[in-house]
Ligand binder design. Structure first.
Ligand SMILES: CC(C)(COP(=O)(O)OP(=O)(O)OC[C@H]1O[C@@H](n2cnc3c(N)ncnc32)[C@H](O)[C@@H]1OP(=O)(O)O)[C@@H](O)C(=O)NCCC(=O)NCCS
Length: 167
C-alpha cells in the first residue's frame, strides 16, 4: 500500500484517532455516568454511595473537580474526585471498553490533577484492587506510586451501603 499523507489522514478519520473532550461532571450527567459504571468489569458498586443522592453529595462538596470524557455526544469516561482540604481521592476511574487506549484515561486524570493543584491539594490517593491488572498497569504507566508500606483500613459506618461487584 502506498502511504500518502491523505491515506494516513483517512485511516485516522476511520477510527485510529478519537475525538473527545473532557468536561466537568454535572449532577445531570448522573444517569449516563451510572450506566457507564455498570459496564465496567470488576467495579465495586455501592448502593448508597453510588446512588444519585450519594454522587450529588460528592459533586456539591467538590464543585468543578469531577470530570467526564465525551465523544460523539456520549459520556465514555469518568472520574469522581473529592478532597478533604488536605488529600484528594479518585473514585470510579473508567473509560468505556470501546474507547480505551486512546489517551482518554490519561487526559481525564491529568485534568483532574490540574484542577486539584489549583485548589492547593498536594496529594491524591486511590484504591485499586490487587487483581485489577488493567487499573494497576495504567497507574504504574502514569508514574503513580504503589505503596507497599501501608495497610489500608476502613470502618463501615452504615451496613445499608451494600457493595456489589460488576461481572
Ligand atoms: C484504566 C483505564 C481507565 C485506562 O484508560 P485508557 O483510556 O484506556 O488509558 P489511556 O489510553 O489514557 O492510557 C494512558 C497510558 O497508559 C498506558 N496504559 C493504559 N492501560 C495500561 C495497562 N493496563 N498496562 C500498562 N499500560 C497501560 C497506555 O499505554 C498509555 O501509555 P502512553 O501514554 O505511553 O501511550 C481503563 O483501562 C479502564 O477503564 N479500566 C477499567 C476500570 C479500571 O480498572 N479503573 C481503574 C480503577 S483503579
Amino acid at each position: 500500500m502506498v502511504t500518502t499523507k491523505e491515506s494516513v489522514n483517512v485511516t485516522l478519520d476511520l477510527g485510529v484517532h478519537m475525538n473527545y473532550t473532557i468536561k466537568t461532571m454535572e449532577e445531570s450527567d448522573y444517569d449516563e455516568v451510572y450506566k457507564l459504571w455498570t459496564t465496567i468489569h470488576g467495579f465495586a458498586m455501592r448502593s448508597l454511595d453510588d446512588s444519585k443522592e450519594g454522587v450529588a453529595r460528592v459533586l456539591r462538596r467538590n464543585p468543578g473537580l469531577s470530570v467526564v470524557a465525551v465523544s460523539g455526544g456520549k459520556i465514555v469516561g469518568s472520574i469522581l474526585v473529592g478532597h478533604d482540604g488536605r488529600r484528594a481521592c479518585f473514585y470510579h476511574v473508567c473509560v468505556h471498553e470501546d474507547y480505551r487506549n486512546h489517551g482518554i484515561g490519561k487526559a481525564m486524570a491529568s485534568e483532574a490533577m490540574m484542577r486539584l493543584k489549583v485548589e492547593g491539594i498536594n496529594k491524591i490517593q486511590l484504591v485499586a484492587f490487587k487483581e485489577n491488572a488493567l487499573g494497576n498497569g495504567f497507574w504504574q504507566a502514569e508514574q503513580w506510586v504503589m505503596r507497599d508500606d501501608l495497610n489500608v483500613y476502613d470502618f463501615v459506618l452504615n451496613e445499608a451501603n451494600i457493595t456489589a461487584f460488576n461481572k
